[in-house]
Ligand binder design. Structure first.
Ligand code: RIB
Length: 326
């Protein structure tokens, strides 16, 4: 077997046959060969690594996405570096990653990074290959992979309307986050088109954590007149909300229906099992990694910014039901 074939089997396994891959794996096992990644990066001017920047590694939403990114990257012969809450307000550390040849491209899941600074990084001399995923950056000329959040939020709210609710509230996401605005817009659009009441006091400040959901519940419990159903910006907020109202004796869905967003693993196992909008997390991660590696490898026709918008799916479980007769 030639050196070139061995090298290809190790660096671009998808480009050789299954039989060659097996012969090379066997040779690696017998000889105890290990790759000197630093030497290889220097020679190829390529790290064969992508950097994934997350807004919050503690949010279980990202685990399936990361898993899919890692699988797709490995299939294409790339490793993955993970950065959490990276470079908030400062993109210099990001740029250094690429200029020092530690990563070949950036998969950004954090929409809070400054758009103008990012745009500068994608131009020469840095020419950073960049894919923005999940938290899109509004009107920016980047390749983007995301779900249609406003439409999915509208579908979630319509589910509550179909059950017969007319007093519907919303737990918002974190202030300033693009998803907060998109999901609130979908919620309001559904209420408007149904001619349902919109009450400012039923639109509760929240966030993406269970604590945020619990805080929103305490605000809601203080209201004189309460909604009969809630669309929560995500599953964690929904779960925090349901647990907190239970402490005051309110049972979901008997006293209040709650729908979440994401379909985390816990949604199905929570009591009551959570009705939610499922985001296609595996597809989001796989497509984002695929698009980034295409960009890094300069695949023809892949330079023009592409927008992938995936659909969410309504998953009806036990946390939503018709309102209790008054
Ligand atoms: O990007 C943040 C993600 O985490 C969102 O999709 C939201 O649903 C939250 O759970």
């Amino acid at each position: 077997m030639s050196t070139a074939t061995v090298s290809r089997a190790l660096s671009r396994p998808e480009r050789v046959t299954e039989a060659t891959r097996e012969r090379v794996s066997e040779a690696v096992r017998v000889t105890g060969y290990t790759l000197n990644q630093s030497a290889r990066s220097l020679r190829l001017q390529s790290a064969r690594t992508i950097l994934v920047a997350l807004p919050d590694i503690g949010n279980p939403f990202f685990s399936t996405i990361l898993d899919a990114i890692e699988r797709e990257a490995a299939r294409r012969g790339y490793g993955v570096l993970v950065a959490n809450r990276f470079a908030r307000g400062d993109t210099d550390p990001l740029r250094d990653y690429f200029l020092s040849n530690r990563a070949d491209g950036l998969l950004l899941l954090d929409g809070s990074i400054d758009r103008a600074q990012l745009e500068a990084l994608t131009r020469a001399p840095t020419s950073l290959p960049l894919i923005v995923a999940c938290e899109a950056i509004a009107d920016a000329p980047f390749h983007t992979v995301r779900t249609d959040n406003a439409y999915a939020a509208e579908q979630a709210t319509r589910h509550l309307l179909r059950l017969g609710h007319s007093r519907i509230g919303h737990i918002k996401g974190p202030a300033g986050n693009v998803l907060t605005a998109e999901r609130e817009a979908g919620f309001l659009a559904a209420l408007c088109s149904a001619g349902a009441e919109i009450r400012a006091e039923w639109v509760l400040h929240g966030g993406f954590s269970m604590d945020d959901g619990a805080r929103a519940a305490r605000t809601m419990l203080d209201l004189q007149e309460r909604p009969t159903a809630i669309f929560a910006t995500n599953d964690e907020a929904a779960i925090g909300f349901i647990s907190e109202i239970a402490r005051s004796g309110l049972i979901c869905p008997r006293d209040m229906s709650v729908i979440g967003f994401d379909d985390l693993g816990i949604a199905e196992h929570f009591l009551p099992p959570l009705t939610t909008m499922r985001q296609p997390r595996e597809a989001l991660g796989r497509l984002a990694a695929e698009a980034l590696i295409d960009l890094i490898e300069g695949a023809p026709g892949k330079r023009v910014p592409r927008q992938f918008v995936l659909s969410s799916q309504l998953i009806v479980r036990g946390s939503t039901a018709p309102p209790r007769p008054r």
